[in-house]
Design a protein around this ligand. Structure first.
Ligand SMILES: [Zn+2]
Length: 278
């Protein structure tokens, strides 16, 4: 699933190929991914120039010279591509934007959970979707005050897009591991020092993932992600991959708030009154 690091990689790609380019045509191959009327989309895009790009959480924006924005959400399997000729069009291209200089931008999405829409501004979109600040912009102070008020468990809270936009399942596990905090700690029990560690870990994990263009297998050996079972094309792994990179303890997998969660029981001690020791 495209998480924040993938979407930032897509944004950089789109910035590179679309900035200052004028859209000359819009081809819709499958309207399923449109959350806007196809004719309205054409009216807005054809003749417009891309004047900038933005990202908020897992949403990517193309700023249009008309003043409005094209919003791309990549769902489960969304991706972007570029091509010049029909015969090179990537498989599963659902929508293509033709640019004046000849390149075409493909919105690719095999499973069609992605969505394309229009917005008047990033702020109005953020408000309508009830999204918190982007995870890379979240300050230590904002994080600490958000945690301090809540009795909910830490992991589901960090996944709540109203607190901060763009933290997905594996990212939160990695953040908690890097900060050495148990996923089932009540949020309000997190100390100021732990909140500062969580904030630093959000920055570390996201910046590492973006720097590697979301090629997870290239992450540092100190990352928990190597101990996860990969959803796609599972390959036989030696047991070594399922041990903590710090202390070699077996990594625990359990469901927290309905989400598969991986943590080290040694580095991330359980809260005293939880049943999670079992
Ligand atoms: Zn450990």
């Amino acid at each position: 699933m495209p998480e924040l690091p993938e979407v930032e990689t897509y944004r950089r790609f789109l910035e590179e190929i679309t900035l200052h380019q004028t859209v000359t045509a819009v081809e819709v191959f499958d309207a399923h991914v449109l959350a806007v009327d196809a004719d309205e989309l054409r009216r807005e895009l054809v003749g417009a120039t891309v004047t900038g790009t933005h990202r908020l959480g897992k949403n990517c924006f193309l700023q249009l010279s008309s003043g409005r924005l094209l919003v791309l959400h990549f769902g489960m399997t969304g991706d972007v591509g570029a091509y010049r000729h029909d015969y090179d069009r990537p498989r599963f291209t659902r929508v293509a934007l033709h640019l004046r200089e000849g390149l075409r931008v493909a919105f690719i999405d095999p499973r069609k959970f992605g969505r394309i829409r229009l917005a008047d501004s990033v702020a109005t979109f953020q408000q309508a979707k009830k999204l918190g600040p982007d995870a890379l912009d979240l300050t230590a102070k904002q994080l600490q005050s958000a945690l301090g008020r809540r009795k909910t468990l830490l992991k589901p809270l960090l996944l709540d897009q109203r607190l901060t936009a763009g933290l997905g399942n594996w990212i939160v596990d990695e953040v908690l591991f890097q900060a050495r905090v148990h996923p089932e700690r009540p949020a309000a029990s997190v100390s100021a020092d732990e909140a500062a560690r969580l904030h630093a870990a959000v920055q570390l994990v996201l910046r590492t993932a973006i720097a590697q263009e979301a090629n997870y297998r290239q992450f540092p050996a100190s990352f928990l992600i190597h101990a996860r079972e990969w959803d796609e094309a599972p390959e036989p792994q030696s047991d070594a991959h399922h041990h903590c990179p710090r202390d070699r303890s077996p990594i625990v997998k359990k469901y927290v708030g309905g989400r598969a969660t991986y943590y080290c029981p040694v580095c991330q001690p359980a809260p005293p009154d939880s049943h999670s020791a079992a």
